[in-house]
Design a protein around this ligand. Structure first.
Ligand SMILES: O=C(O)CCC(=O)C(=O)O
Ligand SMILES: [Fe+2]
Length: 258
């Protein structure tokens, strides 16, 4: 599919990519363990995602270290097509989703699952094995956000073939409509990570999008912090992470690895 931003920016951004082999087997096992434990602090979410735990980079050292590591950021930046840092808004930056079969039949569930994300650069890492659940396909609308129409989904819905633990879907989440189909059996667990391009002062996050997730009171302070962070230079943002800046030249797959 065409990049949704191809017309508005000169950079070649990726709209959607199916990713495998990003994490080591050991890393996947550790992430699975960490995310299982984080379910105790999860809360019920509306619509399709049964439960979710937000802001997990704050509560899990493993996830925080992975998110802040240059090697991981470089790998995701290469997929996205722009240098990235972890999204400066903590509660939007990382989330673990726990999907279960819906308790009651919900007529609108199929429609309700369709959404765009509040953040742009989003990596959805599946952390369940294929035999642990049925249903739960990651689907997206192959067209621009303006073309999205729930009445005409049939011809333009595509499925991602992520099926094993560690497989991931990278998505330009704020512009590509997507969703996870309801489960019919078992449990599906996923880690959703959001990034920001520090070379751009812009962020699509809208106050009301964040406030609708977290409530107005919990959003006000982080919102002002977000605006301050967005104004910092890329160099400073990488410096604050304690890593060498990732530049556009680093995205060339032929350039030397860190
Ligand atoms: O769990 C997933 O694979 C993706 C869910 C999703 O789109 C989201 O949490 O925004
Ligand atoms: Fe999403």
């Amino acid at each position: 599919m065409d990049s949704p931003l191809a017309v508005s920016t000169p950079q070649q951004l990726t709209a959607l990519a199916q990713v495998s082999g990003l994490l080591s087997e050991q890393g996947i096992l550790q992430l699975r363990r960490a995310c299982y434990q984080l379910e105790a602090g999860s809360s019920t979410s509306a619509w399709i995602i049964s439960n979710r735990t937000r802001g997990v980079t704050e509560s899990s050292t493993l996830i925080r270290e992975m998110m802040n590591s240059r090697a991981f950021l470089l790998a995701v930046s290469r997929i996205a097509g722009v240098p990235l840092v972890p999204h400066p808004f903590p509660r939007a930056r990382s989330q673990v989703n726990y999907f279960y079969p819906p308790q009651a039949h919900h007529d609108k569930a199929q429609i309700g699952m369709w959404h765009t994300d509040g953040t742009s650069f989003v990596l959805n890492i599946l952390l369940s094995e294929a035999d642990e659940y049925d249903g739960g396909e990651f689907v997206y609308f192959d067209g621009s956000a303006e073309q999205f129409d729930v009445e005409e989904l049939d011809q333009r819905v595509r499925s991602c073939s992520v099926k094993s633990s560690g497989d991931a879907v990278y998505i330009y989440g704020s512009r590509v409509f997507h969703g996870v189909r309801p489960l019919t059996r078992g449990r599906r667990m996923s880690l959703v990570l959001s990034f920001h391009c520090p070379y751009s002062q812009e962020d699509v996050n809208k106050f009301w999008h964040l406030a609708s997730d977290d409530g107005v009171l919990r959003t006000i302070c982080p919102w002002f912090r977000l605006q301050r962070d967005l104004a910092r230079s890329a160099h400073e943002q990488y410096q604050r992470l304690g890593i060498e800046p990732i530049t556009f030249a680093d995205l060339d797959p032929l350039s030397v690895s860190p």
